[in-house]
Structures are given as C-alpha cells and as structure tokens.
Design a protein around this ligand. Structure first.
Ligand code: T4K
Length: 370
C-alpha cells in the first residue's frame, strides 16, 4: 500500500468552521483561563454526556490524576484497578502516592473482572478504578454493589467511552467520578483535553481549585493546586467537533460492520463484539484477539511491511511496565496477560476507506494461517 494507514486519524472539523470560531480571539486576546468557549464547551458537554457537573482539563491524564487527588485518600492507600489499559491509568494512581492493586480482566470484553475484586480488598483499600476499555462498559452495577458494601469510591477511567450510554443513561452516571480524554486520537477531540464528570458541587469546586492553583480571586488562594486548564483554542476545537460527533460515530459504526463481516468466519480470532445489552457505543476501537500463540506479533509485523500500522494496545500490561518492576502485584493476571499478548487494534476512523478495510482483512486471513 502506498499510503500509510495508521491505527487512527484525528477527526478535524471543516477548516472554515474552526477559523471562523477562533477569529474573535484576535479581538478579545482572551485565549485561556476559563474563557467563554471553555464555559460554553463545559455546558454543552454536560448536556451531551448527561453529567450533573463537569470540569474541563488540559488532557485526560490530568483529569484522572486530579480526580483522584480530589478524593484526598491517605498516602499509601490501595486502589484496585486493571492492568489492561493505557499507562496513564496506573501513573495517575502512583503519582498520587497510592498503591495500584491489579485485578484480572474478563476475556470477552477486556474490562475488570468484577468477581475477582472482593478478594483483593484489604483494610487499606479506598477505591476501585476500572476502565471502560475500547468503550466496553464495565459491569457498573456489580462494581457499585461492591463499593457500597465496603465503603469504597469508584473512579471510572472513561477515556474510551465518550458519549456512550447504558440503558439510556450517560456513562458518567455511574461511579463517584468519570474522566474522559479528548486527545487527538479519540472519538471526540479538543486537540489535547479531557474532563472530569462529577455528581457533587463540592467535588466540582475542589477540581476547579486543583486545576487553577487554588486561585479564587486576585488576592485569594484557598488551596494548593496545579495548572490543568483547557485553553480557548482547544475548547473551540471541541465546540466544532461536537457538531459532527453523531456523523462520525455513525461512520465508525459502518466501518466496524465491514470489519465484522469480513472477519466473521475466522475461527482463529475473536473480534470485538458490540452487543452489550442496553449500550450505545461510540465505536472508538476495533480490537481482535488471536487464539493461537505468537500469531499477533507476526501479523503486526507483516501488516507493517504493507504500510499498515495496527497497534498492540495494551502491551505491556501496566503492571509489567519497566518502571514498576518488582513494585506491585502482577501475578494471577492470566486473562490480562493473554489479552496483552494476543490483542491487535486495527485501523479505525471515520475517513478510513472501505476498500482498505477489506484489504486489511484479506491480509489478516493470509497471515493468520502462516
Ligand atoms: N486512560 C486511558 C484508558 C487512555 O487510553 C488514555 C489515553 C488516557 C487515560 C490518557 O488520556 P490523555 O492524557 O492522552 O488525554 C495514544 C494517545 O496519545 C492517548 O491519548 C491514548 N490514551 C492512547 C491509547 O493512544 P500513542 O502513544 O499510541 O499515540 P501515538 O502518537 O502513537 O498516536 C497513535 C496514532 O494516532 C498515530 O499512529 C496516528 C494518530 N494520530 C496521532 C496524533 C498524535 C493522529 O492522527 N494525530 C495526532 O495528532 O497514545
């Protein structure tokens, strides 16, 4: 293939839309520190995500890091989480001086195995931090029951679940807080950006202080805080992209359907299923899992030779990251290890040409029988 096909491609609004909306910034010169576009995007996203309260941030990682910080857990407390995620999830726990306790996942949807959470709870456990990985929603009801039984907080990493709903309710409805990523690679982007969706006004205030140095007036600094605000250029990108979100998700759905049809009869792979009951998906990722050992890397390399850049999201497990060597539990993660060694995420974005999807599937069929 002449053209490089990458795992994803940033969705940009029409150039004129963006230029028109940023033009007034040259009059106002107000380009950050909670400008009018920041405010407007917060309002629109609150509505779109059905979130009671929402605070925009500079990226998804800081949304998560500050959401955890806002909970004010004692140093050294334990947080039960998944190792099958982007490294950000675990870094956010560790950077808050908390200990990640890794729980295995389910192989059918790659989310945390809720039946294995209770056995990991100790006197030090303060929270559960699951990830709606690839937009597959965790078993939120079961997790809520466990959290309530042991008085734990639930912090959802919803970086992959933008706009998804369960039984008509926005996914931010579940847990104490949910964070979203609006990175350039996501279904909805603000170039870089993120948000924390919350249920309480008090938490919203804390988040505000954490993302703006604790500044509440020219001479009033009420608490210690970082700088994690979203700027106006990003907020405007968000406002523009929000106009096209339904269209983009529908295009993604169509691409996924082609992948699913083309790969339907292969018994050597398991394809991502979009069939959780009551869920509306955003079709952010298309992962497949090879059942035969050592095939994933071979296919990954063969596709690269053809200029097709699939990705091994998520290898290595975060529990196996070099920087954590020997520090945290990384045993009894059998399913997570299987997923890390055998899952390949295929290119998927609204503009992806259907004929390229068919070509990718053809190559996968060829390479998988080598
Ligand atoms: N929690 C979870 C579960 C997450 O997946 C993430 C982020 C976070 C938390 C943290 O959220 P942020 O702080 O990032 O908002 C990418 C993204 O950088 C990262 O946001 C994402 N997860 C992760 C799964 O994927 P890389 O290292 O794979 O990115 P990179 O630069 O290799 O880009 C991947 C492909 O995207 C490229 O091959 C082409 C395309 N691309 C990339 C960029 C940067 C574009 O089309 N345009 C671009 O500007 O991490």
């Amino acid at each position: 293939m002449d053209e490089q096909i990458l795992v994803t491609k940033t969705s940009l609004p029409p150039y004129e839309d963006y230029i028109k909306k940023i033009r007034p910034l040259w009059d106002s010169h107000w380009i950050t520190n909670m400008g009018m576009n920041h405010k407007l995007l917060e309002e629109k996203l609150c509505a779109y995500l059905q979130a009671p309260y929402l605070s925009l941030t500079v990226n998804g990682h800081m949304a998560l890091e500050l959401a955890i910080q806002a909970m004010d857990f004692p140093e050294g407390s334990e947080v039960i989480t998944t190792p099958f995620t982007f490294i950000s999830t675990t870094h956010a726990i560790v950077r808050n001086r908390l200990t990640p306790v890794f729980c295995d996942i389910k192989l059918d949807d790659y989310t945390i195995d809720e039946t294995k959470i209770e056995e990991l709870i100790t006197k030090k456990t303060v929270a559960i931090l699951p990830v709606h990985v690839y937009g597959n929603l965790c078993n939120v009801e079961a997790i809520a029951r466990i959290a309530s039984k042991y008085n734990l907080k639930v912090i959802y990493d919803s970086a992959h679940a933008f706009g998804e709903t369960l039984n008509g309710k926005g996914i931010a409805h579940y847990g104490d807080v949910s964070i979203f990523s609006f990175h350039a690679t996501k279904v909805f982007n603000t170039i870089e950006g993120g948000a924390v969706a919350l249920h309480s006004k008090e938490m919203l205030e804390r988040l505000y202080n954490l993302k703006n140095f604790g500044i509440r007036g020219e001479e009033l600094i009420v608490s210690v805080g970082a700088n994690a605000k979203m700027n106006e250029f990003s907020a405007i990108m968000g406002l523009c992209n929000l106009e096209y979100i339904s269209e983009n998700i529908e295009l993604r759905r169509q691409k996924v359907q082609i992948y699913a049809e083309e790969l339907a009869n292969m018994d050597s792979i398991v394809v991502q299923k979009y069939n959780q009951e009551g869920v509306t998906y955003n079709y952010g990722y298309f992962p497949i899992r090879f059942l035969k050992k050592d095939i994933r890397d071979l296919v990954y390399n063969k596709l690269r030779e053809q200029n097709i850049y699939s990705r091994k999201y998520f290898f290595p497990l975060t529990s196996d990251a070099n920087c954590f060597e020997g520090k945290y539990n990384n045993l009894q993660l059998t399913n997570a290890k299987t997923a890390a060694n055998n899952v390949l995420v295929l290119p998927l974005y609204p503009e992806l040409n259907n004929s390229i999807i068919i070509k990718i599937c053809k190559l996968i069929k060829e390479f998988s029988i080598l």
